[in-house]
Each structure stands twice: as structure tokens, then as C-alpha cells.
Design a protein around this ligand. Structure first.
Ligand SMILES: [Zn+2]
Ligand SMILES: [Zn+2]
Length: 268
């Protein structure tokens, strides 16, 4: 992977930051903005979790009331920090293939600065299993279901959802099953990734380079192979830390400038 050039990605903007409203992050929203200022960013975009119709043991997303409060807070912070740093209100929409109309209605009900698309929860026998979780109960379910099958469904559903939803960014494209052992993409996955990238290029949807991957596996989500492929498709990139703590805002952005070579996770 050639290091990102300045005009290819905005290193001054962290476009993927959470808040304690999603129940698995910590710190006040003001603290996230202060952290962004401290590391010299020009813009921070909160990208909180929206999910709908998910049957899971805990809520990792905001309620309807939370989103009202969240929008007000983003607005308050944008005014408070006006002239020092831009503060945006965004949403990380979790795909649920059964609820596309509801998702579409939700997206259009607020004036978002950024809409990211993710796919966390896979439906299995009437329950949902979190594809991005490190919890053993999730990992065991995916081991039983079969990684290859799960990933094929993930990419297929994501492509179908992408075709029907208006979004700005696709988040951490290759992150599912990141905590399962021995996960490998097969040719079918690579073709589906290609189709997703082509659809994104056609609609000018950006690809997120999610730097939380450096903690998990030493390279961002997605990895070098997909980034190279996206580059050849002419995609735009945006950087996001996926911070769930103020101190993680802007994490590893410097490494995006210097990432070079290394084994490709995907044999393009
Ligand atoms: Zn989260
Ligand atoms: Zn996130």
C-alpha cells in the first residue's frame, strides 16, 4: 500500500467518533472535542450507532430520544467551538436487511453531516450475533455457522443494502469476524468486495480507513489489498479512529501517512 497522499485523505478530520450514549463508550462529548483539538485536528464528526430491529442481549446503540439529545449536543458543541474546530453530527447506520425502509426514514429525519454504513448484527434463528464483537459467545456462534458462509452473507447483504440506502461512507469494510481465528477471504468474497467498491465509485460513496485496525491487527480496516483496489476504482477515502474513549480520537493517523508495503491480506 502506498502511503496516503494529502489530497487523497483529510488527515485533519476524524470522521468516526462515539459517545457514552451508545453504552459501550466513555467520556463526555466535550472531552472528545477537546482531545481532537489537542491533537491538532480541524474537524471531528461524531458517528453514533443507529440500529433497528436487532434482537441482542444488550443495546449498543442510541434510542430515539438519545438521538434528539445527541443532535442538540452536536449543535451546541459546533457553536461552542466555532472558529477553533468544526464539529459534525453523523450517524453510523447499522444495516438490518429486513428493515431498509425504517433505516431510510431514520436517515432522512435528521440533517446529518455524515451517514456511515456498517453491518454489525447478523440474523441467525431469530436472534442477532455481533460480527464485530470479541465476546466468546459471538465467536462460538460464528465458528459453528462457518466463517466463509457468514462473510459471504455479510458482503452480499452489504452490497444489497448499499444499493438501496443513501449513505456517504462505508465503515470498516473488512472488520467482521476480526476476533475469530483463521478467517480468510475466498474468491467469492473478493468478487463481492469488487462489486461493492464499484457501486461506491459509481455513487461517489467514500471508503473509510478505520485506524482502530492498527490496535487489532497492525493495519487499518480495510487492509492494504482492499485499499489498493479502491484506489484503482477511484474511490475517495476518509479517516476515522472509531474512538470509544476521548484519548483515542485521531489515533494512528500518522501511520496512514507512512504505511508502506507489508503482506496483503487479500490476494488481488
Ligand atoms: Zn461502537
Ligand atoms: Zn463505530
Amino acid at each position: 500500500m502506498i502511503p496516503f497522499a494529502k489530497d487523497e485523505i483529510d488527515f485533519g478530520c476524524d470522521g468516526h467518533v462515539h459517545t457514552k450514549l451508545c453504552h459501550h463508550a466513555e467520556g463526555e462529548m466535550d472531552e472528545y472535542v477537546e482531545a481532537a483539538l489537542a491533537c491538532g485536528l480541524k474537524e471531528i464528526i461524531f458517528l453514533e450507532h443507529f440500529e433497528t430491529g436487532i434482537n441482542y442481549s444488550e443495546s449498543t446503540w442510541l434510542s430515539a430520544d438519545d438521538f434528539v439529545f445527541y443532535q442538540e449536543e452536536c449543535q451546541r458543541l459546533a457553536e461552542k467551538y466555532d472558529g477553533r474546530i468544526r464539529v459534525g453530527a453523523g450517524v453510523e447506520v447499522g444495516l438490518n436487511p429486513q428493515r431498509l425502509n425504517e433505516i431510510r426514514d431514520f436517515i432522512s429525519s435528521y440533517p446529518w453531516n455524515r451517514v456511515g454504513l456498517s453491518y454489525h448484527y447478523l440474523e441467525s434463528n431469530g436472534e442477532h450475533v455481533n460480527m464485530l464483537s470479541r465476546k466468546q459467545e459471538n465467536i462460538k456462534r460464528f465458528d459453528a455457522l462457518g466463517h466463509e458462509k457468514v462473510l459471504t452473507q455479510y458482503f452480499n447483504d452489504l452490497l444489497a443494502g448499499l444499493e438501496k440506502l443513501e449513505v456517504d461512507v462505508v465503515c470498516h469494510l473488512d472488520a467482521p469476524l476480526r476476533y475469530c481465528h483463521g478467517v480468510q477471504f475466498v474468491t467469492e468474497h473478493l468478487y463481492l468486495i469488487d462489486d461493492i467498491l464499484v457501486e461506491m465509485a459509481r455513487r461517489k460513496i467514500a471508503l473509510e480507513v478505520n485506524t482502530s485496525g492498527f490496535t487489532v491487527r497492525g493495519e487499518p480496516f480495510p487492509g492494504a489489498g482492499i485499499i489498493d483496489r479502491a484506489r484503482r476504482c477511484g474511490l475517495r477515502f476518509v479517516a476515522g479512529s472509531d474512538a470509544h474513549r476521548p484519548q483515542d480520537v485521531g489515533r494512528f493517523f500518522d501511520r496512514l501517512k507512512g504505511v508502506r508495503g507489508g503482506p496483503l491480506p487479500v490476494p488481488y
